[in-house]
Design a protein around this ligand. Structure first.
Ligand code: MN
Ligand code: MN
Length: 399
């Protein structure tokens, strides 16, 4: 009976020899690992425990799990973020995972980065105004998105029955959720006589303002959406374009035997000028095909299931890593990759990009729309094999 490592020992790969590597096959003795080790970590990351023989060279870490990021606990919920500080490769995007119990409020605030969000669980009410003073208030549920442009002030509140959990994407890897502009913080750090002049109120009106930031705090929802919207809307009216979007209700752009994908960018969600995204499902055995993105780095969040990704970083460098629910993958612009479902349930993930539009180039699509003799000369695939590969960007294999 072979042990787990022996079962996965690479079979001879003649390409390794051509690349001048010393190992084509390795003996079971060479793969032994007497320890110490934490077996659960090996189970979650078999590709790091024993990399495929095609991996080679120094490719930076492109995996980070939310389960290892600091959780800021507050009465009313919590937040945890993955920024370039924890995850050096993620220069263009920072992500925040947040929970608000029913009624709890993420304080009225704004920030320099643009904010894109997807509801992962439950229900929430959001508010925002634009520079013309036009109002937007909406109730969102699982699979809904929102987008707040850079500098637009906003709030989020958990609704019944059990509040919400969501994922926030910011178009700057250095963004910190702990350094946003908070309404309470500003008022607490302004001379009270200035507050009095600014609002045309007596100084005594400010006796009870909070002396430190609230950030996340318990609250109540007592009004309906219609009542809140009516009370908040002034002479400027409401915003002309929606700041929310129902992604789960969108028909898939791609549907194959292997899975489906929904793309959302400024073409169908016009306010979302800085972030493009795709929500992808890959069935067991399926593969998000070999491709790259010509316009932006990819920040990928695994919603459910198990995946492996090999990042091809040119000049013979490649690294394979495993991903589980709640993990982030970060793939620099134009680096080749695939995403394989390695589990026995559906793999669901979100691809996000700092771009107004979604774009990818598929290896099959490229090869099948280049003169065949030219491709044959490079790949040494027979003309029969080349004729049989997919003739378009399939996105998820099998077709
Ligand atoms: Mn925000
Ligand atoms: Mn991709």
């Amino acid at each position: 009976m072979k042990n787990r490592v022996e079962e996965r020992l690479p079979v001879g790969n003649p390409n390794n020899e051509r690349r001048g590597e010393s190992v084509t096959t390795i003996s079971p003795e060479s793969a032994t690992d007497p320890g110490p080790k934490y077996s659960v970590a090996s189970e979650l990351a078999p590709s790091s425990e024993l990399p495929p023989s095609t991996d080679r060279g120094d490719v930076p870490n492109f995996w980070f799990p939310y389960s290892r990021s600091h959780k800021r606990m507050q009465e009313g919920g919590w937040a945890r973020q993955i920024t370039v500080n924890d995850f050096p490769i993620s220069t263009t995007i920072a992500g925040v995972n947040m929970r608000l119990i029913a009624g709890a409020i993420r304080e009225l605030h704004w920030h320099q980065a643009s904010e894109w969000a997807i509801m992962l669980y439950g229900n929430a009410r959001i508010t925002v105004i634009d520079p013309q003073g036009r109002t937007f208030v909406d109730d969102l549920t699982e699979g809904d998105l929102w987008y707040f442009p850079s500098g637009y002030p906003h709030s989020i509140q958990g609704l019944g029955p059990d509040g919400c959990e969501f994922l926030l994407i910011f178009d700057d890897g250095k963004f910190s959720e702990n350094e946003t502009f908070l309404i309470s913080d500003w008022m607490a750090h302004t001379p009270v006589e200035v507050l009095s002049k600014n609002f045309g109120l007596p100084i005594s009106a400010f006796e009870n303002i909070p002396q430190k930031e609230l950030y996340i705090f318990p609250g109540k929802i007592t009004k309906s959406l219609e009542e809140d919207l009516k009370a908040a809307t002034g002479p400027a009216g409401q915003v002309p374009e929606s700041f929310s979007y129902s992604l789960y209700k969108q028909q898939p752009n791609v549907s194959t035997q292997g899975g489906e994908a929904r793309v959302v960018d400024s073409n169908n969600f016009p306010v979302s000028k800085a972030i493009a995204a795709a929500l992808v499902t890959v069935h067991p055995g399926g593969l998000r095909e070999m491709h790259w993105h010509p316009n932006a780095d990819e920040w990928l969040y695994v919603i459910s299931g198990k995946a492996r990704i090999t990042l091809f970083a040119a000049v013979g460098k490649a690294r394979t890593m495993d991903f589980n629910a709640g993990d982030i993958a970060y793939i620099p612009q134009s680096m080749g990759h695939y995403i394989e479902n390695t589990g026995d349930t559906d793999l669901r993930f979100l691809e996000t990009f700092r771009s107004s539009y979604y774009a990818s180039i598929s290896l099959s699509d490229w090869m099948s729309h280049t003169p065949p003799e030219l491709v044959e000369a490079h790949t040494h695939l027979s003309s029969k094999s080349l004729a049989a590969i997919p003739k378009k960007q399939v996105v998820i294999m099998p077709e």
